[in-house]
Design a protein around this ligand. Structure first.
Ligand code: ZN
Length: 238
């Protein structure tokens, strides 16, 4: 029974998940007009938010992004996307990027390949159902996946270069300080749309970075702007 189950998932993954995504990722990377409109000589950073959508904080974070007229990337938990699909639609309306953060927020370094493909594929389907688009980037929970299993996922792995430590401190002032002290051109900033302290820190982070001359891009825009052909080679690795 177990072998049958694994074979089923493998066949399912190849037919439904792997084939369409190869096509999807090539189109999406070469055809984004926002990328061509941006200036590669400017300084850019990418704000990223993991673990949502949250029933309250995600919408409030989107309010701030809309008010400041900037974009961010959300690494979405598939099971939560099914509960709060309206958040994903609004992210799309605001030109934010939607990324995969697995269906159940599992540690992929402790999951077998069939389980990994299931987690990634089911999250992709949940994001598609809510937003009408498949994501082209994913972030493994805790930043962990083996090199071997990584090859089985035909999407760009995106980690981070600046950790706000919001998950650890849950303190607005420390979150602001952790971001501002480490940021540089091309930074990918890790935050979570899951804590009130992150929500409260966000306006000041955006204002301070804007004052320092930074513009905001999604992770895929950042990769194109900085001519990074393979995100996973550039971004922090475990
Ligand atoms: Zn996470």
């Amino acid at each position: 029974m177990k072998i049958k189950k694994i074979l089923f998932f493998a066949a399912f993954a190849i037919l439904v998940f792997v084939c369409p995504l190869y096509v999807c990722s090539v189109d999406a990377i070469s055809g984004d007009e926002n990328i061509h409109a941006a200036d590669p000589e400017k300084k850019y950073v990418a704000l990223t938010f993991d673990d949502g959508p949250h029933p309250v904080y995600t919408q409030k974070i989107l309010d701030i992004l809309a008010e400041k007229n900037i974009v961010a990337t959300f690494f979405i938990v598939g099971g939560r996307a099914e509960i709060y699909p309206e958040s994903l639609l609004r992210m799309k309306e605001l030109n934010c990027e939607l990324g995969n953060h697995t269906y159940d927020h599992v540690d992929l370094s402790k999951t077998k390949k069939a389980g990994i493909l299931y987690q990634i594929q089911r999250c992709n389907e949940a994001i598609y159902a809510a937003s009408g688009e498949y994501p082209i980037v994913y972030r493994p929970p805790f930043g962990r996946i083996s090199k071997e299993n990584e090859k089985a996922i035909p999407m760009r792995k995106v980690l981070w270069t600046v950790d706000s430590q919001d998950w650890n401190t849950k303190n607005k002032d420390k979150v602001i300080k952790n971001v501002v002290k480490s940021v540089k051109d091309g930074s990918i900033i890790l935050m979570h749309d899951f804590y009130k302290s992150t929500l409260n820190a966000l306006p000041e982070i955006i204002d301070q970075l804007t004052e320092a001359g930074y513009e905001f891009a999604t992770v895929s825009e950042l990769a194109a702007l900085k001519k990074i052909s393979h995100l996973h080679e550039y971004f922090m690795d475990d």
